[in-house]
Ligand binder design. Structure first.
Ligand code: HEC
Length: 134
């Protein structure tokens, strides 16, 4: 009598389940949001280029000079010894400041810091000074 010995090797056969592909459909809907910024940035056209430069010059002066110099047509300078900008043209044509501003304006007074301006800053600043002239 022979007994067949079945050596059953437990096969670790894994079902990888490669079968049933899901047929779900990706409907690729893309939302293109076009934000049309119709920014009618509104400086009126009649603001001349010169006026815009003067405006920038004023801003520059307000930031850098106004703590000592008067930058308007009426008020005294916060620092009394600093000449109001409206008086500069009485001393010299303001165009002559151009060079000084480019090279670094150094006045005879130690309290005023040295400033060195970029060419277009100078143009703006002088345009602004001219608005102070009567
Ligand atoms: C910390 C104070 C101070 C600041 C800031 C200042 N100044 Fe002055 N500035 C003075 C004083 C003080 C005088 C007068 C000096 C003198 O008469 O010797 C003067 C004089 C001047 C003069 C006349 C120079 C002359 O010889 O006639 C000019 C131009 C001038 N400043 C331009 C400027 C400009 C442009 C700025 C800004 C970018 C500026 N200052 C910022 C204090 C200041």
């Amino acid at each position: 009598m022979r007994r067949a010995i079945n050596t059953d090797v437990p096969g670790a056969a894994r079902d990888l389940g490669a079968g049933g592909a899901a047929t779900g459909r990706h409907s690729g809907i893309r939302w293109l949001v076009l934000v049309a910024v119709a920014a009618s940035v509104g400086l009126p056209q009649h603001a001349s280029a010169q006026a815009e430069r003067a405006q920038r010059g004023l801003t520059f002066a307000r930031v850098n000079c106004a703590r000592c110099h008067s930058i308007d047509k009426v008020s005294p300078s916060p620092l009394a010894v600093a000449p109001p900008f409206r008086t500069l043209h009485q001393r010299y044509p303001v165009e002559t400041l151009e060079e000084a501003l480019a090279e670094g304006i150094v006045t005879g007074h130690p309290t005023m810091p040295e400033f060195r301006l970029e060419p277009d800053q100078i143009g703006n600043f002088i345009a602004f000074l001219k608005t102070l002239e009567p």
